[in-house]
Design a protein around this ligand. Structure first.
Ligand code: DGL
Length: 265
């Protein structure tokens, strides 16, 4: 591995930036390439075969072009489906993003946990297996949101997004007796990397307070463990943003904080 490892972070759009910012903090020594497959966004609206057929060859091209030391699939909708295919096809280490059902169920006091993800993620056999293996007696409610990822993209791009539109996607997560804090949902898993972009609004609009579980810090720790100890100085020049649609992003000021203040090429 070179002194300054290259980490490629991949998502269908801008949601993976919520994972990227944690990885950047954990690995200031690395060079970052962020790829948004916006030409195929949203993944939540595609069939499983379409996503496998899209992501596996695209990743081959990206590995060929950028020669990463590690790839983060910062997308639940893709990770719950393509990780095994990617690992079979390419020798680069992959770190995925999958619904944090195990820690959520371990910490829930009311034993009521909701998993908010795309329609694709909540349908996956992978997600159902996580519930079978790790629900630990909790009642797990799967909420497949058709529009929240697109609403998060719009909000990040500075477009108006109404509270009502967000609440319509969020409300099914809140299960049980609203008047009894011991008999209602107390933990919501953010099972789509786009949703932490809206966290302040999710908290404000929630019918009652809950713990929101975002796996990004755990993913950053996993990346760091796999890369081994940092080599020293930060590679401050190394940050690149690629859209598969080839559009030129007009978001520089918005993106900079996710890249730890680096200039984004
Ligand atoms: N960011 C993706 C995820 O974590 C989903 C958004 C999409 O539907 O493309 O699942």
């Amino acid at each position: 591995m070179t002194n300054s490892p290259t980490i490629l972070v991949f998502d269908s759009g801008l949601g993976g930036l919520t994972v990227l910012r944690e990885v950047v903090t954990a690995r200031p020594d690395a060079r970052f390439v962020y790829v948004a497959d916006d030409a195929f966004f949203p993944y939540g609206h595609h069939s499983e075969d379409e996503i496998i057929g899209r992501v596996v060859p695209l990743m081959g091209e990206l590995i060929g072009t950028h020669d990463p030391d590690l790839v983060v699939i910062a997308c639940n909708t893709a990770s719950t489906l393509v990780l095994s295919h990617l690992r079979a096809a390419y020798s680069v280490p992959f770190v995925g993003t999958v619904p944090a059902i195990k820690p959520a169920c371990a910490q829930s006091r009311t034993r009521r946990v909701s998993v908010l993800g795309t329609k694709g993620t909540v349908k996956r056999e992978y997600t159902k297996a996580l519930i079978r293996d790790f629900a630990q007696g909790c009642e797990v409610t799967l909420v497949g949101s058709p529009e929240l990822a697109s609403l998060a993209e719009a909000a990040l791009g500075g477009k108006p997004v109404s509270d009502g539109d967000i609440l319509a996607e969020l409300a099914p997560c809140f299960v049980g007796d609203a008047a009894d804090a011991s008999a209602r949902t107390d933990t919501v898993v953010l099972a789509c990397t786009h949703y932490p972009l809206l966290l302040d609004r999710l908290k404000r609009l929630a019918p009652w307070p809950v713990d929101w579980i975002d796996p990004a810090p755990a993913i950053a720790r996993r990346v760091s463990d796999l890369l081994g100890p940092p080599s020293g100085g930060a590679a401050q020049s190394g940050a690149e943003m690629i859209f598969t649609s080839n559009r030129v992003h007009g978001l520089s000021a918005t993106l900079t904080p996710f890249f730890g203040g680096r200039a984004v090429a």
